[in-house]
Design a protein around this ligand. Structure first.
Ligand code: CP
Length: 317
């Protein structure tokens, strides 16, 4: 595997999940693969889970790990071609990327959407420059439009906790005070539409996602209908994608907060969220603390999704 930026890069999902579950049982069984190999993790944005889980996954594989927080202690980096660099950015990605690549074997990149320029965001300008100029395997640690390591961990978690062959999985928009990217929702949709699940998305009007990610999903504007009989509820906020509202918060209706009343009409559904989560905006305390909540095992599976991807990349070197 030389890049991991979307579900397309992982191959058959049943095979990937089986491999992940085998790795979970034997985390140190592939330690030899990473000997004298170095992972560089480049963060343009903050992280708790991705940083720790990916570093742990690399260490399980015997790798050395170096981390660059671009906005803390590094030169500010220009990302657009052709600009006159007379501002505060001292270095261009086109030089910085091959320099960074010279110190490592594999690169992970986190670079969120700007939410101001939809075309630039959806063209993945930063991530694609790493792929183009590094000459090294590159994986996304959440980019502008997708968060594939999260979606892979979500799929592993659903596989571990499903009690029917083909569960009903519902992605529900939930309110948040700040504008958030669509990446987690896009990515979850892209993975679930390829998984063996009945997948439904529910959100207020105006929060339609890019149809390139939701093709094959059922869109249900009536939240109660969507929740009926669900086996898994996956809550997430995202800002508007469509038209002039791109990147804007157009609704903060707390009627969309996931609470015990709405969970009561599900099939005793498990609750999922990628974290970090705003309690009593996205989900009430009692739901996230209930026995049905999977948020902690879901986060723990980030180590397993990252290790599966890194293992495949190491095997390709
Ligand atoms: N879910 C997730 O990616 O968490 P972090 O932003 O803390 O890495």
């Amino acid at each position: 595997m030389i890049q991991f930026t979307s579900v397309k890069d992982i191959g058959p999902l049943d095979k990937a999940v089986a491999e992940a579950l085998e790795i979970k049982k034997n985390r140190f069984g592939y330690e030899h693969l990473g000997r004298h190999r170095t992972l560089l993790m480049v963060f343009f944005n903050s992280s708790l889970r991705t940083r720790l889980s990916t570093q742990k996954a690399a260490m399980n594989l015997g790798m050395n790990v170096i981390v660059l927080d671009v906005n803390q202690g590094a030169w500010k980096l220009e990302t657009e071609r052709g600009v006159i660099m007379d501002g505060d950015k001292a270095e261009h990605l086109i030089e910085a990327i091959p320099v960074m690549a010279s110190y490592c074997d594999i690169i992970g990149v986190r670079s969120f959407a700007s939410l101001t320029d939809r075309d630039a965001d959806y063209n993945e300008v930063v991530l694609n420059q790493f792929i183009r100029y590094s000459g090294k395997p590159v994986f996304s640690m959440e980019a502008a439009t997708r968060h594939p390591l999260q979606s892979f961990a979500d799929l592993i978690t659903i596989e571990e906790h499903r009690i029917v062959d083909r569960p009903k999985v519902v992605l529900t928009w939930a309110p948040h005070p700040k504008a958030l990217p669509q990446a987690v929702a896009n990515s979850f949709s892209e993975w679930m539409t390829q998984a063996n699940v009945d997948f439904v998305i529910t959100h207020p009007e105006g929060y339609e996602l890019d149809p390139r990610f939701t093709a094959g999903a059922k869109i249900e504007y009536d939240r109660r209908k969507a929740f009926e009989g669900a086996d898994f509820i996956y809550a997430k906020n995202w800002s508007a994608y469509t038209g002039n509202n791109y990147g804007k918060v157009i609704n903060t209706d707390r009627a969309w907060t996931v609470d015990t009343d709405i969970m009561a009409i599900t099939n005793n559904a498990k609750f999922m969220h990628c974290l970090p989560v705003r309690r009593n905006m996205i989900v009430t305390d009692d739901v996230i603390e209930s026995p049905q909540s999977l948020v902690i095992p879901e986060a723990a599976n980030r180590e397993i999704s990252a290790q599966t991807v890194l293992k495949r990349m190491l095997e390709s070197l």
